[in-house]
Every structure is written in structure tokens, then in C-alpha cells.
Design a protein around this ligand. Sequence first.
Ligand SMILES: O=C(CO)COP(=O)(O)O
Ligand SMILES: [Zn+2]
Length: 206
Amino acid sequence: MTEEAQRRLLVELGASLFQRGYSVGSAGNISIRLEDGYLMTPTNSSLGRLEAARISKLDRDWNHVDGDKPTKEVFLHRAFLDARPEAGAVVHLHSTYATAISCFEEAVIPPLTPYFVMRVGRTLPLIPYYRPGNPEMEPAVHAAAKGAKAVLLANHGPVICGATLIDAVNAAEELEEAAKLALLLRGMSPRLLTPPQVDDLLTTFG
Ligand SMILES: O=C(CO)COP(=O)(O)O
Ligand SMILES: [Zn+2]
């Protein structure tokens, strides 16, 4: 896909996430890996109102080379993109239910549905609280991303990657849905997928 097409897709999917309430105000940020660097949403931009020509571009060494100033969470995206060479895009949201789960001491989403396991995987590490934009978070996120496709930032929100932007957005939506189910069923005793069922999903679709 050309860079122009990636830019257009970022504008389209950002608007789609915003319109459906996955982000509000100027919350959240998205990155895409290119052959010659990275595209990132500009800082303080709304995912609902991105402009293709103003999207930030960084070179392979993470220097800002074009467009508006990038998100203050560049290091968060770098942590994922460095740790997971197969990742083509990273989505960070403040989506309501995943953020609610991130506020628990035990921030766990159990394996309730196949699509959560298929898109998010076996583990969802919780990163301790850091101020948004604090680069000190990078080593913890990098280490966690080595073993997981997604993390929850405590009292802040989810970060998730995918092979393509569409994959990362699908995974972010699936994570939010699973968080909603986990909260709906909290305190009850729902049937969970068994470890062999989880293994089977990851072997078949992982
Ligand atoms: O979600 C955000 C901070 O965590 C939004 O920050 P930016 O506007 O700098 O991308
Ligand atoms: Zn944030």
C-alpha cells in the first residue's frame, strides 16, 4: 500500500473510531510503519478530524521530518514497533471499558470469547501508572510488548498492535468488547474458554 493510501486509511479509520465513541476529544493516537519511517497522529489532534497532509511523519531514526508535531506518546509506539517487528501499526485509545479495567489492581480480562483470544492473545500485561507522554514508560512497555500484542496502561487505557492498520483497529475494537463483557460479568461465574480451547485458537489463528 502506498504512503498516500495509508494516510487516507488512517483518516478514515480514525474518524470511524471517533464516531463510534472509541475515542473522545483529542484522546488516543495511532502509528503506522512505512518502508522509510513511520506515520503518527499529531499531538492534540482528534482522531475524528485528522487531515492526511498534516499527519506527522518520522524517519527510521524517529526524527520528525514532515507534518504536524507528532503525538507525545511517540515512545509508546516506538516501544511496540521495536519490540514486535511483525507489527505494522499501533493503536492507543482511552476507550471506556478497557480503561475501566485498567483502574483495577488486578486488571484482568479472562478468555471469555474466541475473538478476544485470537486478536489479543493469551496475556494483557498491566503497565504501572505514568503521566501521559512520560518517556520513562518506554522500557516497561517494550519489555511487556515482547510477550504480548496489547497492554493496558494503568488508569489510562489500552495499546494494541496489528500486522496492518486494519488488524490493529480490529484488535482494539475486540479488546474493548472483551473488556465490556468482563465488566458485565464481574462477580458472576461465567464459563471461560479452557486452556486447551485457548491453545487450539492460538495454534489455528495465532
Ligand atoms: O492519548 C493521549 C495521551 O496519552 C493523547 O496524546 P497526544 O494528543 O499527544 O497524541
Ligand atoms: Zn492516552
